[in-house]
Design a protein around this ligand. Structure first.
Ligand code: CMX
Ligand code: CO
Length: 142
C-alpha cells in the first residue's frame, strides 16, 4: 500500500519564525505556502530530496493542530504516506477494523487527495494517506 513517505507534518507555534529557522539551519527555501481552511491550518512546504517537510501553523485553538499544540506543544504532528489510490487504501483499512478519521477521501493542498487514519489504531501516530495529483505524479513531486 505504501509507496513512499510523501511528507512529515510538524506543528509549530509561529509559522514565520519556524520558516526562518529552517532557512537558516538547513539552507532550504520554502516551495509553497497555503491556508487550508477546512483543515484549520496554514502550511509551508520545504521540498527535501525525495520527500517534503510540511510546517503547520494553526488557524485557531479549536483546530486539530491548535489542540495538539495546546496539549503537547510543538513537534511532529503526522506522517503522510504516498499511496496509489486513497479510496482503495481506506477500504482495505476499514475491512481490517482500523479506525479512520476520514471515511472518504478529501481534497488536500496542491491538487492531492488525502485521508487521515486515527492515531489510536496506529500506535499513537496520526497517519495521512496522500494520492498525488495526476500532474505531479509523473515527476514524483508532492
Ligand atoms: N498524533 C498522535 N496522537 C494524537 C494526535 C496526533 N497528531 N492528535 C491527537 N492525538 C491523540 C491525543 O493524544 C488523544 O489521546 P489520549 O486519548 O490518549 O489523550 C487522542 O488522540 C484524542 O485527541 P484529542 O486531543 O481529543 O483530539 P481529537 O480527538 O479532537 O482529534 C484527531 C484527534 C486525530 C481526530 C484530529 O487531530 C484530526 O481530525 N486530525 C486529522 C486532520 C488534521 O490533523 N489536519 C491538520 C493537518 C492537515 C494537513 O496535513 O494537510
Ligand atoms: Co499533511
Amino acid at each position: 500500500m505504501i509507496q513512499g513517505i510523501h511528507h512529515v507534518g510538524i506543528a509549530v507555534e509561529d509559522l514565520d519564525e519556524a520558516v526562518g529557522r529552517y532557512r537558516r539551519t538547513f539552507g532550504v527555501e520554502p516551495t509553497h505556502r497555503e491556508r487550508i481552511e477546512d483543515q484549520g491550518v496554514e502550511e509551508v512546504l520545504f521540498d527535501v530530496v525525495g520527500s517534503t517537510i510540511q510546517l503547520l501553523g494553526a488557524l485557531g485553538p479549536e483546530t486539530p493542530v491548535g489542540s495538539f499544540l495546546a496539549k503537547r506543544g510543538p513537534g511532529i504532528h503526522h506522517i503522510a504516506y504516498r499511496v496509489r489510490d486513497v479510496a482503495t487504501s481506506l477500504e482495505r483499512l476499514r475491512r481490517d477494523g482500523i479506525r479512520l478519521v476520514d471515511d472518504v477521501p478529501r481534497a488536500g493542498s496542491r491538487g492531492t487527495t488525502i485521508a487521515f487514519v486515527h492515531p489510536k489504531d496506529m500506535g499513537g501516530v496520526l497517519v495521512e494517506l496522500v494520492q498525488p495529483s495526476p500532474s505531479t505524479e509523473a515527476t514524483g513531486g508532492p
